[in-house]
Structures are given as C-alpha cells and as structure tokens.
Design a protein. Structure first.
Length: 397
C-alpha cells in the first residue's frame, strides 16, 4: 500500500473511508510485486494499480462492494485461462492473490501516522494480516523509525511482538515480504500470515572520482532512487555545478571519507578514479565492509595490477572476489551515459540475482521473486553464465 501512500495519507487525514485492494501473493510471472495496492474511496475515486490494467476493472467492482457491505474483507485470485478467452485474468500467465478490505481511518489512527512517515521519506514498516481468522483479516501494526516501538495491534501482545521482530529485520533490509507467525498454543494460538510493507530510507550510491562518467552515473543513480554522493580529493573538479544530480559533493581523500560515512548492505560503491593512489586504500577498506556492490573502472590490465596491489596489502581472496572489475555489463558502451547504464544494469542484476542475459535467451518467469535479505547482503559476485560476453569500457587500454 505504500506505493500510494501520499493519496492514502490525504484520505486518512480527511477521515475518508476507502477500500484497499492489496496484492498479497504472486505466483509465476506477474507485473507487480506483493504489497502493491489499489484503493477506491466512497466517492468512487481510484488510485494505484495492481496488474498494469489486466484486472483493474474487476478489482474496482470488488472494492465498491466491500465499501457497500461494511463487512468482511474479500479475497480473490486472478490468473490466465486458456479455456475462457473473455475471463478476467493476467495475460502474462501468472497468478495474483488480492485482499480487499474496508479501511476506517478513525479506527486506525496509527495508520495515518505511518503513512505520514512514508510520505515524508522516513523509514516505516507496516504489517498487515492477509491470512488467518476472518475477524483479524486486514488488521495492521506499524513500526516507525528504527523499529524500536510499534503501534496498532494484530490481535494480541504475543503476535505483535513476534511480527515486530521480523518486521524490524525486513525494514533494515528494505524488503517487503510475507511472514508466518503463531500456531503455538502456549504463545501465539492464532496462526497468521502477515504481509510486511516497508519504506526504507533511500539506499546510497557512493561514486569516487569527479569525472564525466561520474556525472552520468550520478544522474542514473538519482533516477533509480539512490542517495548519491560524489567524492574526490580535488576541489576544482568536485563541484555542485558539475554534478547537479548528486545529493552530496564531498572533497576528501576517498578512503578517509569512507572510513567515517554510514554504509549498509544496500550501498553501491563505484570507483571511477582510475588512480592507484586513490583506488588501493579505498578498495582495501571497502572490500572489508558489508556493502551491497563494489565496482571499479579500468582495463583488464589495470584490474590485474589492482588485484596484485591489493593482495600485497593483505586483502584475502574471498574479499577480492567481491570486486566487480572492469565495472559494468557489456552493452558496447562508448559514451558516459551509455557507460552509466552499463554500471547501473550490473548493480540491478547483482541486487536481484539476475543472469544479465537477454530475456529472449532465457526460460521461465520473467519476474524473479524478491531475493532473501540475508542472501542479498552476503552475496559476493554476479554469477555470469558460461560464454557470456566480457565487460569493456571505452577510454582504457
């Protein structure tokens, strides 16, 4: 539901009841992930989308019915039927389960606060019961900030504590996922399936080297939702005028800046300096940190020399295996803009466990399930299929 947080927040502030349709489970190839929502208010206004248009009409009717009934939430499954060409379903061949519930903002004041946090860009996790006893369906619990406190209830203190613990981990990872709790007669007798929606702070992209490639990469990173920092030790190059899309420009030695800045498992670090006096101290430090992606620009010869230098400083082989160098995917890039696409494509593939192959050469579902948060944080290298092309970048011998 956080995909439409701004509108829902306004409706909650106005105490306007609405029907909320949430994708609670996806099977096979489907256009949008769990947690995506569509809402309809009592005037018939609609916001959001759950399928890119395939089943919106049917879901809209369900929402209107739930608003009229004032009663039990409705559940529906939409898929593709070869038997009935006129049936409502997903043309992509997958299946989605949808929960439709009536929301009374005055009965859930914590929901207004949670939506306000999301609209303001602050971290929030919102847990929603999507399967379990009928009288509990749709109940929500919210965690603000670092998740140390929660508001709302899912039915009981034990259930709330159990869900809050899992929601904190998902919030740290910035991942929306479904969790199961309960079924234990001694602690949580009610077995519940809970969808935890998360709105985490923007992940960071750290770009070292104030060059033309960095200007293009900062724009691409900004477009993808990263909080972009460009760092260079040379003040004449590291200026806001040269990097209008960066959130932060830092004049400092790269390794010294990295030592004192905050990073996490979602941070992408891109070294574009192509200068050993900057690269080696920076990469030696970076490869020992829990970063999501570490890439360095340069030719294959530069890469080999760089690895030798890092080994001499004591960097172990398992850490060197985390380094993506030469940086990016082989798109045949020549311009800084094309190279920026090459780099961000590799970052996306790494984060989502993609193969980096053309979809036309693959089989199976197009849409992959969200990666496990632990796997994402600890995975060390993109696995390229045998025979996939090498990476090249212009301007380096």
């Amino acid at each position: 539901m956080l995909n439409i947080a701004d509108t829902l927040y306004n409706w909650c502030r106005e105490a306007r009841p609405f029907a909320l349709a949430t994708v609670i489970q996806v099977s096979g190839s489907a256009p949008l992930p769990p947690g995506t929502a569509l809402a309809v208010d009592t005037d018939g206004q609609v916001v959001g989308s759950i399928s890119g248009g395939c089943v919106e009409g049917a879901v809209y009717e369900l929402c209107q019915q739930v608003l009229v009934d004032h009663g039990t939430p409705a559940r529906a499954r939409f898929g593709y039927s070869d038997d009935d060409a006129f049936a409502v379903g997903l043309t992509c061949g997958g299946e989605i389960d949808v929960l439709v519930q009536r929301v009374e903002p005055t009965a859930q004041p914590h929901l207004t606060m949670a939506l306000e946090e999301a609209v303001s860009g602050r971290p929030i996790a919102l847990a929603q019961i999507v399967d379990g006893p009928e009288h509990l369906l749709g109940r929500t619990l919210s965690l603000l900030g670092d998740g140390s406190a929660y508001d709302g209830t899912l039915g009981g203190e034990n259930e709330d504590r159990a869900v809050a613990a899992q929601a904190r981990a998902l919030l740290r990872a910035g991942r929306t996922a479904r969790v199961e709790v309960g079924g234990d007669a001694d602690t949580c007798p009610e077995k519940l399936s809970v969808l935890v929606h998360t709105h985490a702070t923007r992940p960071r992209m750290l770009i070292f080297g104030a060059i033309d490639f960095a200007a293009a990469l900062s724009q691409a990173g900004h477009f993808l939702g990263y909080r972009v920092t460009v760092c260079d030790a040379r003040p004449v190059f590291a200026t806001p005028a040269r990097f209008p899309h960066a959130d932060e420009i830092v004049v400092d030695w790269p390794h010294r800046y990295l030592e004192h800045t905050e990073v996490d498992a979602r941070t992408a670090l891109c070294v574009l300096t192509h200068d050993a006096k900057f690269d080696i101290p920076l990469l030696r430090l970076a490869l020992g940190l829990p970063l999501g992606y570490i890439g360095a620009m340069g030719s294959r010869r530069t890469h080999d020399h760089r690895l030798d230098a890092l080994r001499e400083t004591g960097v172990p082989e398992d850490q060197l295996a985390r380094l993506h160098s030469p940086i990016g995917l082989d798109l045949g890039a020549h311009t800084p803009e094309e190279t920026a696409l090459s780099i961000t494509a590799e970052i996306i593939a790494h984060a989502n466990h993609g193969t980096s192959l053309p979809l036309s050469r693959g089989t199976g579902p197009i849409h992959h399930p969200a990666p496990d948060s632990h796997t994402s944080a600890t995975r060390t290298a993109v696995q390229r299929p045998p025979g996939s092309p090498d990476q090249r970048h212009p301007g380096y011998p």
